[in-house]
Design a protein around this ligand. Structure first.
Ligand code: NAD
Length: 355
């Protein structure tokens, strides 16, 4: 297959971690006979320096025209004093809006080799934690009317059937590519919007008979994520619940440098990025952990290109690298072998095998 990938290296550690992810993608292309063409896109602080704009229209167009987008991270102290509408993060918001991505998908996975890094008890971790939260990204209370009248503040929570249906489909389709279990999380004992949410999810379930759908109230879900996380495969939920639950879920894995994410919309052109920022404190020092970005590239292959085997090959190579005892500084523990960003990428490539 030939795929065109827009590549946003960004600021801080962005260029270092993206460089390693491309090294891994190149090896996948070689092993499986694909061609990945990369188009560099300037976004964030580097674009402000170059064009006076965090995401000029021409750069956004390169992303919209691509088959998918791989992003490192943007931002840094250097641009702290620029006016609000010009900040590096504005580029990111414009990119998400421009690509029309309404679904944010974040896996919570504990690698058995890093089990000690989790704040959860060993027996809970040993049961296996590997689930994904599909969060509605551009609706709900964050996008409703906000106003304050006298001593009363009002935030409006609205969801239409169409908005619920499109995120619901991403939930079902994600579950189809995993263990076919979908948990729909809402607060239908209190909220009308949640009752509609539940109704739409059950209507959609008839179209996805291979996926087992369950319902859970959000307060119970917050407890279950720390009490019995191995029960989950895919969770689908609305914007604010997803915001809170996905942060909770990333904490239990214990390491910010390891977690990828994807944002998807109506087309297969998704945005793939690690969940962390540009880490200016370690930028340019070959200390960053590139695994969150490398796993984002694996998500790209799985969700934008249906390259399941290739995605599995990357994830298995990461696992084999960890089995070798190699650790970047952020996940270093007693007895680990310290490596830098570059060596980490090289070792993962060495472990890449055709499945
Ligand atoms: P951060 O995620 O960049 O860093 C937090 C801490 O985690 C730092 O100590 C950093 O060294 C460490 N860290 C992060 N990623 C790492 C990795 N891959 N390997 C090893 N260590 C890693 O968060 P921050 O310091 O709050 O933000 C720094 C800049 O990043 C800010 O300008 C912020 O606005 C921006 N930011 C960008 C994005 C994005 O591009 N999507 C997301 C969050 C923050």
């Amino acid at each position: 297959m030939v795929k065109n990938i827009a590549v946003i290296r960004g600021d801080g550690i962005g260029p270092e971690i993206v460089g390693e992810a491309l090294r891994v993608l190149d090896k996948v292309a070689e092993l499986y006979g694909h061609t990945f063409n990369y188009t560099d896109v300037d976004m964030g602080g580097c674009a402000i320096d170059k064009y006076g704009d965090p995401l000029p229209e021409a750069e956004l167009k390169k992303c919209v025209d691509a088959d998918s987008v791989l992003l490192g991270a943007v931002g840094g102290d250097k641009w702290n004093d620029v006016p609000g509408h010009m900040r590096p993060e504005k580029g990111l918001l414009r990119l998400r809006a421009g690509m029309g991505v309404y679904s944010n998908n974040r896996p919570a996975k504990i690698w058995r080799q890093l089990a000690d890094a989790s704040p959860l008890k060993k027996e809970i971790v040993d049961a296996g934690i590997d689930f994904i939260i599909v969060r509605e990204l551009i609706g709900g209370i964050y996008f409703g009317e906000h106003k304050t009248e006298g001593d009363t503040a009002i935030d409006v929570l609205t969801y239409s059937e169409a908005e619920i249906e499109r995120i619901g489909r991403i939930g079902f389709e994600t579950a189809q590519k995993r263990n076919k279990k979908l948990c729909s999380v809402e607060k239908s004992n209190v909220l009308d919007s949640s009752r509609l949410w539940k109704k739409v999810m059950h209507r959609l379930a008839e179209e996805y008979p291979d996926v087992e759908l369950s319902d859970m109230l959000v307060d119970n879900c917050a407890m279950q994520i720390v009490k019995n996380p191995s029960q989950f495969d895919v969770i689908v939920t609305e914007n604010m619940f997803g915001d809170i639950l996905s942060d909770e879920a990333s904490m239990i894995t214990g390491s910010i440098g390891m977690i990828p994410s994807s944002s998807l919309g109506a087309t297969k052109c998704g945005l793939y990025e690690p969940i962390h920022g540009s880490a200016p404190d370690i930028a340019g020092q070959d200390k960053a952990n590139p695994i969150g970005t490398i796993l984002s590239a694996a998500m790209m292959l799985r969700y934008s290109y249906d390259m399941t085997e290739e995605a599995n090959a990357i994830e298995n190579a990461v696992s084999a690298y960890l089995d070798g005892g190699y650790r970047t500084a952020d996940i270093m523990s007693d007895g680990g072998k310290l490596v830098g960003c570059k060596q980490c990428g090289e070792l993962i490539v060495k472990n890449l095998k055709k499945e």
